[in-house]
Structure formats: C-alpha cells, structure tokens
Ligand binder design. Structure first.
Ligand code: PLP
Length: 380
C-alpha cells in the first residue's frame, strides 16, 4: 500500500464486526474476563485499549517501524523514551531542541543523574571518542525554531558504530515528508498535537521503534508509567491522520509562497527555511525528506518592532504550537524556548526579533496580505 492509502487504511482499517468504516471509540477502563485465566486480549486500558492500539498500529505502519505507542502528549512520549536510560548514562542532544524537551532533560532527568552534552553540529561530530556512559543521540531535523538540518544517515551510522541509539523527533516533518527509520534511526517520536492531529484539538504523542526488543521495553515503560493517550483522543488522531497528505500539500504550497514573499521584503534580516538554496541544510534535507515543511522562522531587522508586528495580526493566530490548519505565529524567545538560558538563546540566534510562523492552509494571498500589513505597521 502506498503512503496516501496507508494514511486512510493503515493500522486497523475500520471495524470488522460491524463494518463501521471508523475504528470505534472504546470508552472503557477495564474488560470482562470470561473465566479465570482467560481474557479477550485486553485486561485494563492503561495496558491496552483497542482505539489506542489502532493509532499505535497506524503510526508504526506510517513510520515503517515494528511497534508504535501513543501517549497523552509529545512530552509524555519523550519522557517514556528517556525512561529507557538509567542513572549514570549520558545522551547527546541537538543545540536548538524544542524547549520542553531540553527542560525535561535539564531539570527532571538530571535529578536522576542522566546527563547530557549539547552538540552544535551533529553532521561533523566525532563519535570516535565518546565515552562509555554515552548511550544515545537525540535529534530534531529540522530543529525548532532555527530549522537546522542533520544528516540522518550519516549520524545514525556513526552513532550505531559507537554503540548508541539514535532517537529522532519527527514532529516537523511527519511520516508524509520524512521516515527516519529508513536511515538507520532506532526510535522516532512525535508531538502528534501538531501536523498528525492537524486541527489544534488534541494533545498527543507517539513513539515508533525499529526492534521487538525496544518495543517490549517501551511497552513495559508505557504500562508502568501510565501516560497513555485516552480512547477519544486516539480516535481524533486517527481522523486527523487520514487527511495528512492533503493538508500538508497545501501547507507546503503556502509556505513556498510566503518564503518567496519574505525574501523580497526589506524588513527581513534573515529567513530560516530548509527549502531555500541559501539554507546550509538545503541539500541534506532534499536527500532525506520529501519537502521542507511549513514552519518558517524569520528575524526582523533592528528598526522593526516585533511587538507591533504581533499586535497587527488578525488572521494569523498569535500563540504556541504549530501544525494546525490555522496559521500560528509564535515568539520563541518568550514562548517555546523560554526554558533555555538567555545566553544560550542569544548565542543560537533566538533573539527577540525572531518569529516562527507555522503556515496554515488558509488562502495564501490572505496570509501574504496580512504579513505585508504587519511589516508596514511594525516599522519604527
Ligand atoms: C518538536 C517538538 N517536540 C515535542 C514537543 C512536545 O509536544 P507536546 O506539546 O505534544 O507535549 C513539541 C511541542 O511544541 C515540539 O514542537
């Protein structure tokens, strides 16, 4: 089955018992056991629920993995993956990882002596000298919010040789645009709150692993720690995923039009988008992904006031998150990346004038008109 068909028929396709084209929402916490020592495949919904299982099978299919897991948020999914490690272990992480991922590593897991090293450029990182405590690499490509690109094949090959697991947050790309497991990556995580759900109506997280062994360990962690995705949210996610390809095609078309518009504007100091040739990751992204995504970050010039820009928005929603059908603009320095220490943020280029636009699927001309007006209003 091709990807566009898998989005609709992958995982569990409808309901065999009634013919319902949608997977039923099994709102149950427990299951009747017909007799002592017997059950019908389910005992308790933290351990397994048919609606959750349907979305877990679907994401495993889409990411071409062995087993999938659905969690109550992207952070719950990432937390479960971090639970694979133990005190004394160390992980290598991207330098502009999502702020919440950095926060859970820096402020929660550090209490359990799981340490980390920030890697500025994984593409040229020397894995030959990593010490024995290093167990994994955590990558976002593109990163959030600077859209830097990491070569998945090169890094996962080197990591594997050094005995490390490679974990990729594929939220920005989705399986429609990128399949990290194809490049030797071991674990994929998603904030399904974003493009997979697609309608800004549910918070969810997914994990896909490439081996039975990791599958068993992750299921043990999921059941033990309990941050599972509820049945109704599992259903919403399945529903969202059905339209992923049509939504993303429009997201990409709009993003291209907006980048072209921004490139012509005198008000813009810098555009961060892996779909333009000037972007340092352009070639690598082209090799490993089927598009550059629909998140664009851009920095206003010094003589433009970012607050006036934000306050001029009417059609574009000012708020956290991304990947919904509506365009969303966020101010990373005070929102998504507020958890990063100020010096680290400034050094990376996440300053006050940096804005991140998640391009929605509205009419692209309306979006361009809105940006044009906001730029005019924000000139000092
Ligand atoms: C790349 C990335 N990973 C993980 C997360 C966390 O996901 P959630 O908000 O669903 O917990 C986010 C949230 O913005 C994100 O952008």
């Amino acid at each position: 089955m091709k990807l566009n068909s898998k989005l609709i028929h992958g995982g569990v396709d409808g309901d065999k018992t009634t013919g319902s084209v949608n997977v039923p929402v099994y709102l149950t916490s427990t299951y009747k056991q017909p007799r002592f020592g017997e059950n019908l495949g389910y005992e308790y919904s933290r351990t397994g629920n048919p609606t959750r299982e349907a979305v877990e099978k679907l994401i495993a299919d889409l990411e071409k993995g062995i087993r999938g897991f659905a969690f109550a948020s992207g952070m719950a999914a990432i937390t479960a993956v971090l639970n694979l490690f133990k005190s004394g272990d160390k992980i290598l992480i991207n330098d502009n990882l999502y702020g919440g991922t950095f926060r859970v590593i820096d402020k929660i897991f550090s209490n359990f002596n799981l340490t980390y090293e920030i890697v500025e450029d994984f593409n040229n990182y020397n894995f030959d000298n990593v010490d024995e405590s290093v167990k994994a690499v955590i990558i976002e490509t593109p990163t959030n919010p600077l859209l830097t690109i990491t070569d998945l094949e090169k890094v996962s090959e080197k990591a594997k040789k050094a005995g490390l697991l490679t974990i990729v947050d594929n939220t920005f790309m989705t399986p429609y645009l990128q399949n990290p497991l194809d490049f030797g990556v071991d674990i994929v995580v998603h904030s399904a709150t974003k493009y997979l759900g697609g309608h800004s109506d549910t918070v969810a997280g997914l994990v896909v692993v490439n081996s039975e062994e990791l599958g068993k360990r992750l299921h043990f962690i999921q059941n033990s720690t309990g941050g599972v995705l509820p049945p109704f949210d599992s259903y919403l996610l399945i529903r969202g995923i059905k339209t992923l390809s049509v939504r993303l095609d429009r997201h990409l078309e709009n993003a291209r039009a907006i980048v072209e518009f921004l490139q012509e504007q005198d008000a813009i100091e810098k555009i961060y988008y892996p779909g333009i040739k000037e972007h340092p990751g352009y070639e690598i992204n082209k090799k490993q992904a089927r598009g550059a995504g629909a998140v664009i970050s851009f920095a206003l010039k010094e003589n433009y006031d970012f607050k006036k820009f934000i306050d001029s928005l009417e059609l574009i929603t000012f708020g956290e998150s991304l990947g919904g059908v509506e365009s969303l603009l966020c101010h990373p320095a005070t929102m998504t990346h507020a958890a990063l220490p100020e010096e680290a943020r400034e050094a990376l280029g996440i300053n006050d004038r940096l804005l991140r636009l998640s391009v929605g699927i509205e009419d692209k001309n309306d979006l361009i008109d809105e940006l044009s007006r906001a730029l005019k209003n924000s000139k000092n």
